[in-house]
Design a protein around this ligand. Structure first.
Ligand code: GCB
Length: 597
């Protein structure tokens, strides 16, 4: 116990990630575009560095000098953001280190501060600026920022990354997971400018009947700084001063007639944040969330959550990891066409613009960190620190989005003590960073981990983590993986001994689009639709207050081997990878139409 405590003190203010509040509204230069790349399959340059292969130094061969075995100017180029698996067909199955190189012009120094900002790099990144290492980051789905004030040259600069997408026993996700491990600089890269003292963080929300803003300034003038938050249309401006720690909490009673954000009417307000000379704008919605007894309440009203899960993979023959806003919109419009009011962004934080789109479209969001399955090193202090860092990056990036309703800390994890202790740390951190969201996890359905009592057809949610959560959720695949046929699913009773709302966070079945036949035939659209009919029918009986079937779209996965039906795609999509709707799409649409309030 004592050792564990020493390894994991509660998240302290200094440990909150530096993410540059409202980055989209700051002066910034894109570093997207063509980057040169060099494959280092044996990881020689990093493990055994020497001048011949110090890619980060970008030193050209000198006439008569020692040999240099690379030349960035003639290396192939790749469009960034990009995953190398789809950008370069010869790298479709490559896992390992790749170096990326880009020259860029730094804008003239305006006297403020500058940051290199990465929206996501999968998985492990080492970054050099002009030959000097400026930082490292682990984790493929969350943003990170390094300050480079004073490190840029006037005019041309060089940034080099080593990106290694290999997973290992202590990474997150760990060794086994059901999606393609797309490697690369998968989201945008920016050079961002801020004033010397700037608003590093702001969190504005409706909490306990008040509009509350937590602000944090960073820089030499951060203490005693005038700060304000003005909400357009409400005639409301909160003002105050930061304390010695650069932080301020402002609050006010919400004005009468405040229009709340809801899936039915996703009202967003234009908000202006000021911290000294730093003035930033964002669009923010206000709403309340509550788990009361066994109900989930949005704006004080109980609702049945009509969800769907999706991976971050656009429609198309290839898959791929880069998700542009139009591609995200196309997928989210399919979720809307199903009648969904929630998307489960599985199994890792999706790109920020997707969450912003959910704010606009009126889709609640379930956002998750990739603590996935039982291979995770739950005993490792390093892995715990990584999970906590990921959770903090996820929450700090998205806690101003009204759409975000659920923070999920895990998916289908075992129930032993080490895992539960591990997840409790993450839950505690998230509650500290955001007391307004519902904490959840997709819990296991396996009999041997306490989900179900063998023989009784009685699945009990008795996970030891349940008391720490606001909403208990279970994944279950009766009619697909289990011994029962879809119609026998109703012989199983799901029960929840906790006085908490219960959701079914997954169910589903593989179907190859266009494969038709008797419903008893696996892989047909009919079979999948049958699983949906039978499962949806028992939700209300057993007290579920929400569901997010698996999954909106077929997605690539190296562990789906059936050469005819899968071909390295998970085929549980309601639409095929190219966007054709399968029969079960209509089954779910009809069910949700009956549920819409
Ligand atoms: C699950 C996992 C999900 C898989 C799915 C499947 O339980 O949570 O990531 O893709 O089952 O298709 O087996």
């Amino acid at each position: 116990q004592a050792r564990e405590k020493a390894a994991s003190p509660p998240l302290a203010g200094e440990d909150e990630p530096l993410l540059l509040f409202a980055q989209h509204d700051r002066p910034r230069t894109t570093l997207d575009g063509l980057w040169a790349y060099i494959l280092d399959q044996n990881d020689s340059a990093f493990r055994k560095p020497n001048a011949r292969r110090a890619f980060w130094l970008d030193e050209p061969q000198k006439p008569g000098g020692p040999v240099v075995e690379y030349d960035w100017s003639i290396s192939p180029r790749m469009e960034i953001p990009g995953d190398w698996n789809t950008r370069d067909p010869s790298l479709e199955w490559y896992d390992g280190p790749i170096y990326f190189h880009r020259r860029f012009q730094a804008p003239a120094d305006a006297g403020g501060r500058r940051f290199l900002s990465f929206e996501a790099v999968n998985y492990d990144a080492v970054i050099w600026l002009n030959g000097q290492e400026i930082g490292r980051h682990e984790g493929g789905f969350t943003p990170f920022v390094f300050e480079v004030t004073g490190k840029l040259k006037p005019g041309e600069n060089v940034v080099v990354l080593r990106v290694d997408d290999r997973v290992g026993p202590e990474t997150l996700p760990s060794l086994d997971f059901d999606w393609k491990n797309y490697g690369g600089i998968t989201r945008s890269v920016w050079l961002v400018e801020t004033p010397t003292t700037f608003l590093r963080d702001a969190f504005l929300r409706l909490e306990a009947g008040q509009i509350v803003a937590d602000l944090r300034a960073d820089g030499p003038a951060a203490a005693g700084l005038e700060v304000s938050v003005a909400i357009a249309g409400l005639n409301l401006t909160l003002t105050g001063k930061t304390g010695p720690d650069g932080r301020a909490r402002l609050s006010a009673k919400p004005p009468r007639g405040l229009k709340l954000w809801s899936p039915e009417s996703p009202t967003l307000h234009d908000v202006t944040f000021k911290a000294g000379e730093d003035v930033r704008r964002d669009r923010i919605g206000f709403r309340t969330l509550e788990a009361r007894g066994r109900q989930i309440l949005v704006n004080g009203k109980a609702r049945f959550i009509r969800g769907i899960a999706l991976h971050e993979e656009p429609l198309g023959a290839q898959g791929g990891r880069v998700m542009t806003p139009p591609e995200a919109r196309a997928l989210l419009e399919e979720a809307k066409a199903l009648g969904c009011d929630m998307v489960r962004l599985a199994h890792y934080p999706h790109t920020e613009s997707t969450v912003r789109l959910c704010d606009e479209l009126g889709l609640l969001v379930w956002s998750e960190i990739p603590v996935y399955w039982d291979d995770v090193a739950y005993e490792s202090p390093g892995t715990l620190a990584l999970a906590r860092a990921m959770a903090a990056e996820m929450v700090v990036r998205d806690r101003n989005r009204a759409s975000v309703a659920f923070w999920s800390v895990a998916n289908e994890t075992p129930t032993h003590q080490a895992r539960t202790t591990f997840l409790r740390h993450v839950v505690a951190d998230i509650r500290r960073l955001d007391p307004t969201r519902l904490l959840t996890a997709a819990l296991n359905k396996n009999i041997d981990v306490g989900g179900a009592k063998a023989g009784q057809n009685q699945f009990v949610v008795d996970d030891p983590l349940a008391p720490d959560l606001d909403v208990v959720a279970i994944n279950q695949y009766e009619g697909w993986y289990g011994p029962r046929t879809p119609d026998q699913a109703k012989t199983v009773r799901f029960s929840n001994p906790h006085d908490k709302p219960m959701m079914m966070s997954e169910f589903g079945a593989d179907a190859l689009y266009g494969e038709r036949g008797p419903k008893e035939n696996r892989w047909t659209e009919e079979y999948q639709a049958w699983v949906f009919e039978e499962t949806l029918a028992l939700l209300e009986r057993d007290g579920f207050v929400g569901v997010s079937p698996w999954v909106l779209k077929d997605f690539r996965s190296p562990r789906r081997w059936h050469a005819r039906y899968q071909d390295y795609w998970n085929r549980k999509g309601l639409v095929s990878n190219e966007g054709h709707r399968k029969l079960a799409f209509e089954t779910l649409r009809r069910y949700y139409a009956g549920k819409a309030s």
